[in-house]
Ligand binder design. Structure first.
Ligand SMILES: Cc1ncc(COP(=O)(O)O)c(C=O)c1O
Length: 369
């Protein structure tokens, strides 16, 4: 027998992967920083000052492990939703919770349905546990509930994933449409409703939370509107037996104390959240105005980013993206056609959007050759 680890057959079969080339990696490769960080849908406005203070205070206590139940945060989140703590689970961002969920439900060879070009981290977890991904196309730049459900039915899927609002297009469905989707989930399938951007969406986007409905698990996060992406705090909302099952596999001490304290203080600061929501709405308008001034259109967005339609095919949008990056503007873009005719621009600070405004005409000219 050779020295060293013996990987599982599944891991041996998986292709080598670099899941995510983050902006820091790009900066190291480029040898210089970006001037505008508009590519990761973070909240450039940062966390609430109260969250910062709470995290600073908690720093001295960080020799202790965090509360493995995230009791205080879980209790307040549940109270805010008008449900029991048994229906809420705090975890290491939506990404971490998605990983646990897939581990709980997907065995090798099981089918999972998502949209072609939807949030890729979910796919990464599915593949990592040996699941088979079935991808259905977007319809009119929206994830397509009917097609997702039809595929789930046809392939006896364990999970069907939808983000509402959607990343990367910023599109969204009404609460009624999503509730109808929940009602139509086939037996044996769990709907994963990713609501990472919910706080930026208009009223009437999220169906009422029914904590005992076993057909759906909802995921929310402190990474977006609450400005705590680097703290890694998300939560799942679901029926008590499903939430309880996470205890079989989750990392019980995965939550940092500083993150728990920051999220709790952020959640309590509704006034700051409202401020961020206003700034994001204004930022979306500014991105649309910048695009329009350059002869480009934008898609309506219920998130903290805007898909800018570059007006041609994916190759052209990829050239625009590369030219923006060359001008120190960090942006990303959808990777599936025809959504890849767009670039995706996160709301930035005024100076960052000034930099985008200055770079865009040059990038377009360079991309047109
Ligand atoms: C749709 C969607 N879900 C989840 C996440 C990740 O959330 P978290 O930071 O809580 O892991 C993102 C981040 O970009 C996202 O776009």
């Amino acid at each position: 027998m050779t020295k060293g680890p013996r990987f599982t057959p599944l891991v041996d079969r998986l292709p080598a992967a670099v899941p995510f080339v983050g902006p820091e990696t790009q900066e190291r490769e480029r040898g210089r920083p970006f001037v505008a960080r508009l590519g990761a849908n973070e909240s450039v406005f940062g966390p609430s000052p109260r969250a910062r203070e709470a995290m600073a205070n908690e720093a001295a206590e960080t020799w202790k492990y965090g509360d493995s139940l995230s009791f205080d945060l879980r209790t307040e989140l549940a109270a805010g939703l008008g449900i029991a703590p048994e229906n809420v689970l705090v975890g290491e961002g939506i990404d971490g919770l998605l990983g646990y969920l897939v581990r709980l439900t997907v065995a090798e060879g099981d089918n999972v349905v998502t949209s072609l070009g939807a949030y890729p981290t979910f796919n990464y977890h599915v593949t990592g546990y040996g699941g088979e991904l079935i991808k259905v196309p977007y319809r009119d730049d929206c994830e397509d509930p009917d097609a997702l459900l039809a595929a789930a039915r046809e392939h006896d899927a364990k999970l069907v994933y939808i983000a509402n609002p959607d990343n990367p297009m910023g599109s969204w469905h009404s609460a009624e449409r999503i509730q109808a989707m929940i009602e139509a989930v086939p037996d044996g399938t769990l709907l994963v409703l990713d609501e990472a951007y919910l706080e930026f969406a208009p009223e009437g986007t999220a169906p009422a939370v029914d904590p005992d409905d076993p057909r759906v698990i909802r995921m929310r996060t402190f990474s977006k509107a609450y400005g705590l992406a680097g703290a890694r705090v998300g939560y799942a909302i679901g029926a008590a037996p499903l939430i309880e099952a996470f205890n079989k596999v989750r990392n019980h001490f995965g939550m940092a104390r500083i993150s728990q304290a920051g999220a709790l203080a952020a959640y309590r600061d509704a006034a700051y959240l409202a401020e961020v929501q206003e700034k994001v709405a204004a930022g979306r308008n500014r991105i649309a105005a910048i695009a329009q001034a350059n002869g480009l259109s934008t898609l309506p967005s219920a998130a903290n980013f805007v898909a800018v339609d570059c007006g041609a095919d994916g190759d052209f949008a990829r050239r625009v993206l590369a030219e923006l990056i060359a001008r120190d503007i960090f942006v990303r873009m959808p990777f599936a056609a025809p959504q890849d005719r767009c670039i995706r621009v996160s709301v930035g600070t005024e100076p960052e959007l000034d930099a985008f405004e200055a770079a865009l005409p040059q990038a377009l000219a360079a991309a047109r050759g």
